[in-house]
Ligand binder design. Structure first.
Ligand code: NAD
Length: 493
């Protein structure tokens, strides 16, 4: 099938968007941005310095006073405008993601839709931000009210796997609530936000209200250290989430830090098999397994083990791997050579520890893209709970298949993981579904659904080592995170 045309944006040296202007970084350190399908550079990303980060935070702080005085309905109108502009660029946003991240065009279109939905929800800020009051609340003739108020400058530090959507779990809510914002995109996939920020510029937010910085941990550290930053939203791996949680708290910031995952999908003997298998294939292999909601362990309970494994492997063999701009492709490459090496290391480890490789995705060749970072669908059977591949986050298209006797065994295994992002069950029994949702310690539960993707108006985040903090991203939780409640008691003599 013919490829969709690539987006020919200005992919030279990326600039930062600070105080309403596109500014070239003074750094001498630029990294190549790579298309993971071709392994060719498609642009360069600056490693923005601490001084430049501090200057952006100062600009955001200066912009804050007049922004918080801008009525919520006026702030909301900018969100409506941004939504309209983004709709006009929908396909380009999706294609740029394919070009720099490697996901398929369908996956990228889905992500673009989820991205815009966060703008739509944030446009409801006049209702979302309302406080509450109680006549005679303090005593007869003395009223009491809780006024919701923004706090200042917030920032987000984002991962590579959802280049468009994850920044939008945060900044539209913070900005609509009357805060100003610093976004640090992932240095592996900075093009998508660079493209979107042209649209943010066009929407007409006042200078300094939303700022985009490219770079690495130097930018993140400066954000966590600067006294004017009120809080940090983070999404990435668990070790960095822990570090960000600790460091931000030490510096007196609010913090919400989303970490890694190792999600189990449990199939009960009464599951509707064909639909269960196709749903699971999308969970395990969508985005080449690089989703924090992706299935990682497939657990079959009781005598369904053999048919589930056979049908799953049969389906996995049919997955077409290639360039995501080909609409017939089901799975793209992983994001980089380093990611591929890491995943191949886990496959080696699985073999070494005694699991049996029933589908081997190593050595896959995609004609025309021989240098691409491809790994085909991979399935291990005879995996036991103590094996590394059953415990560690692999973040690639590798499935660990386990057979267990009872649902209780499966739940016990799920709860033994340090991660708690998501868990799913496939069953026709309400009792089994209830047992899972009640007993599993995870933030996202799927009943006959393998990717528990929360919509923009629901909070999104995990438990245990998958999340550090209390308030999650998106929806009302995000508004609460980015605001405080000022209690006012009024008496008129
Ligand atoms: P990562 O932890 O390597 O990087 C995330 C961000 O942290 C990047 O912006 C990076 O520049 C920054 N960073 C890296 N090292 C840092 C340091 N020492 N100090 C400060 N900042 C630092 O994650 P990644 O590889 O980009 O993304 C994949 C990970 O993200 C996976 O573990 C995945 O499960 C997780 N993830 C979680 C969720 C969720 O909602 N829980 C969603 C998406 C991805």
């Amino acid at each position: 099938m013919a490829l969709l045309p690539e987006v020919k944006a200005d992919y030279g040296k990326l600039k930062n968007f600070v105080n309403g202007e596109w500014v070239e970084s003074s750094t001498s350190k630029y990294l190549d941005i790579e298309n993971p399908t071709t392994a060719k550079p498609i642009g360069q990303v600056p490693m923005t310095t601490t001084d430049e980060t501090n200057a952006a935070i100062e600009a955001a702080r200066e912009a804050w006073q007049s922004w918080r005085e801008t009525p919520p309905i006026t702030r909301a109108r900018l969100m409506f405008r941004l939504k309209e502009i983004m709709e006009g660029h929908f396909e380009n946003i999706a294609r740029i993601m394919v070009q720099e991240q490697g996901k398929t065009i369908d996956e990228a279109r889905g992500e673009t839709r989820r991205t815009i939905e966060n703008v739509e929800v944030a446009a409801g800020i006049p209702s979302l931000m309302m406080g509450y009051n109680l006549e005679d609340g303090a005593a007869s003739g003395i009223d009491e009210e809780a006024v919701v108020t923004p706090l200042g400058v917030f920032g987000a530090i984002c991962p590579f796997n959802f280049p468009a959507m994850i920044p939008f779990w945060f900044w539209p809510y913070a900005v609509a609530s009357g805060n100003t914002f610093i976004l640090k995109s992932s240095k592996q996939v900075p093009l998508t936000q660079a493209y979107i920020f042209k649209l943010v510029e066009e929407a007409g937010f006042p200078p300094g209200v939303v700022n985009l910085l490219n770079g690495s941990h130097e930018v993140a550290d400066a954000m966590m250290e600067h006294p004017s930053m009120k809080g940090i939203s983070f999404v990435g791996s668990t070790p960095i989430a822990k570090y960000v949680y600790k460091k931000s708290a030490e510096n007196g910031k609010r913090v919400q830090a989303q970490g890694g995952a190792k999600n189990s999908l449990i199939v009960m003997p009464d599951a509707v098999l064909p639909r269960t298998v196709s749903n699971m294939l999308a969970s395990f292999y969508g985005c080449a397994g690089q989703r924090c909601l992706a299935g990682a362990n497939l657990i079959a309970v009781g005598d369904v083990a053999e048919p589930v494994l056979n049908k799953f492997v049969e389906g996995a063999k049919k997955i077409k791997v290639g360039y995501g701009l080909d609409e017939s492709v089901n799975m793209g490459p992983v994001v980089s050579g380093a990611a591929k090496k890491n995943i191949l290391g886990y496959i080696e480890k699985g073999i070494e520890e005694g699991a049996k490789l029933v589908l081997d995705g190593r050595g896959i060749k995609v004609p025309g893209y021989e240098a691409g970072h491809f790994i085909g669908p991979t399935v291990f059977k005879d995996v036991t709970p103590d094996m590394t591949i059953a415990k560690d986050e692999i973040f690639g298209p590798v499935v660990a298949f386990m057979a267990m006797d009872t649902l209780d065994d499966a739940i016990e295994f799920v709860n033994s993981s340090p991660f708690g992002n998501a868990a799913s069950i496939y069953t026709q029994s309400g009792r089994s579904a209830k047992d899972l949702r009640y007993n599993v310690h995870a933030g996202n539960i799927g009943i006959n659904v393998g990717v528990v993707a929360a919509m923009a108006f629901f909070p999104f985040g995990g438990f245990k080592d998958s999340f550090f903090g209390d308030l999650h991203g998106q929806g009302r939780d995000a508004v609460t995170f980015y605001t405080d409640r000022k209690v006012v008691i009024t008496r008129w003599f």
